[in-house]
Design a protein around this ligand. Sequence first.
Ligand SMILES: [Fe+2]
Length: 387
Amino acid sequence: MSTQIVLPRILQIGADAASKVVEVINSLGCYRPIILTDKTMVELGYVQALLAQFNDSEQLPDVFDNTIPEPTVASIILALEKVKSEPYDCIIALGGGSPIDSAKAVAVLATLGGEMKDYKFPHIQTQPGLPVIAIPTTAGTGSEVTKFTIITDQETDEKMLCAGPGFMPAAALIDYTLTLSLPPRTTADTGIDALTHAIEAYVSKKANLYSDSQALAAMKLLAPNLREAYRNGKNKVSREAMMLGATLAGLAFSNASVALVHGMSRPIGAFFHVPHGLSNAMLLPSVTAFSIAGACPRYAMCARTMGIATNVDSDEHACGLLIKELQQLNDDLNVPTPKDFGIEKESFFEVCETMAKQALASGSPGNNPIVPSIEEMVAIYHGLWSV
Ligand SMILES: [Fe+2]
């Protein structure tokens, strides 16, 4: 059996990788870029720094800075109108996962037409749209190297998973210096998202030798550096490790898929506007505890790779240490419970079954070592209130 691996054509990795944007665009054969980003990137001066690289005024990119966190069909339509207003031949996506996800969606819609829901899983998008040059400013989503984009249908509150090689960025500039000013909360949430990608890719039923190698390398970089990056954001060694770890975790899950944590996390985000990494963090310990019996040796390997168990520990013991560590990590990174986040218990319980059904429909729980029933997912959602 073989596995098809899909990657960007160019990965520019390391300090000041973002300063290579003109070179990368030209090497892709593109000339007329537009930048898709958000207002924070403008305020931080990152957009200006990109624009300053373009000496040829004819090539100077236009800027659309109205992408929103957790992009919606409506926000994509706005960006699409802008991108179609001129003959742009590539999109520079600058920011966290949301601007990059937005750019990936707009790139395909601008070229191939249709509506976002036409691209929803189980549809697989093979044909690419406009080339996307992704410049992540968080170490987390891995969106710069994945063939997925998540767009919320604001009318049904459903987070639509859109997948296929056609969504893969043409290039990714992975520059950890852009993460040095990230606030601790974002560092923690995006960092746990990345760690979740690595763990889920490794235990996924679609795991393969390639994704395993990326997932384990990612865990080795992420686990020992997450707390330090949270507490001391200026630590360049930790930031660099987190950035590369997040990208490798992205490569792992893009080629092996995520599993139950992500499946159950997306509906929490859609219904209660919990940031993606945070809803993953809320679920990671209990979903791992639920799933361990289906892949104990693999979870034990995660624990050993993360440095919290050794080869002397039995698989069972290592799995126990993993659950403890994931809970401790949430405590150390001050991850709120749904209640602490401000969600009302009654409204949460009211939609648990709908959330479980949406999770199942996304396909992600099907990759889990133990595929849960709707009732089991509802029980896990309820369990978040007894932590
Ligand atoms: Fe994620």
